[in-house]
Design a protein around this ligand. Sequence first.
Ligand code: ADP
Length: 390
Amino acid sequence: MVLVQLAHITSVAIENARLNSALREQDRRKDEFLALLAHELRNPLAPIRNGLEALRLSDDPAIQEHSQAVMDRQLGHMVRLIDDLLDVSRISRNKMELRRARVVLADVVNNAVETARPFIDAARHSLEVTLPPRPVILDADLTRLAQVFSNLLTNSAKYTPPGGHIRLSAERSGGEVRVVVRDDGIGIPQAALTSIFDMFSQIDRSIERSNGGLGIGLALVKGLVEMHGGTVTCDSAGPGTGSAFTVTLPVLEPRAPSASPGGPGGDRDSSSGRRVLVVDDNEDSALTMAMMLRLLGHKVEVAHDGLAAVAGAESFRPDIILMDMGMPRLNGYDATRQIRQQPWGAAIRIIALTGWGQESDRARSKEAGCDLHMVKPVPLAELKKLLATV
Ligand code: ADP
């Protein structure tokens, strides 16, 4: 009896020690991650500030163009890091929702290639894409699935010495499609082939070797693939031998062709001359947005709180309102409600433009009467597309 109790106490003690050590390891990884995060977020700030100073100091069009390109690239990089962080946190809290529809694999791949292309070209890699001859239909969220493949392609570009070869190939087998992203880069040690999909896992974490990533891209890939009912695995014969990531996804049977595919209709040119009311309590944000829209040829007025927005909408009668949500005096939700109650307010397109992009935020702005919910910062191309559809 005593022996049984002793064995039990020992096994509990061993289990406690194991849990303690796992917690310490998790803590260490989190500390390392925070240091890396601060480093990666601070990195783009220096070139952005230098670019700004250069713009201030010089009228030379070549310098201006170069500074703008640098600032644009660095800003894009920061936005991507923050988006990835928010996405993994959403997935780990089960808060990510997919907007699924019948999508064609080729569209997903094209979208992903477009995103990864600058990284592939910058390192002078070649990219070969091979898709099955017949369209492969998936029940998927196009943007999210494209994010999976753009992450894999971007990693291949990052972890392959310049002038390498990247291949994306897809093959149908039964009710599934297998998409393989292969490179001839630095490869992955055998021991890391599974842990590489864990959050914050990087093979070389030294900040000197940092590649502008946070070690969350593959965790995001895995989470998104699994949400689509698929799997992802990684193969490599070891360091220096390249890597292959295989994503397997269930496919849908093609439907009989219908009258018109509809579709987003491509990029129409943005037509100018819209009346736009920009509402934002952050004056710099409102000012730069107004400046950009005026440069595109639109007529713009600005309001810095909800009450001014309602008054501005009544006097200016805009075609479209870009409405911030969190504001003093009257928030964007209530301002939208008040505008919608007016006889002149029903036809205005009101776009919620906020830093909050969770499903619950979207539901709340929709319920208040917004036509669309966009998360800041909205890329110019998207804004142009939006204004073209008003
Ligand atoms: P990040 O690239 O931000 O570090 P990821 O989660 O995308 O984070 O990747 C995790 C780690 O996996 C990377 O740090 C890198 O060590 C390794 N890795 C990912 N893709 C490849 C690849 N194609 N070739 C070699 N190593 C890779």
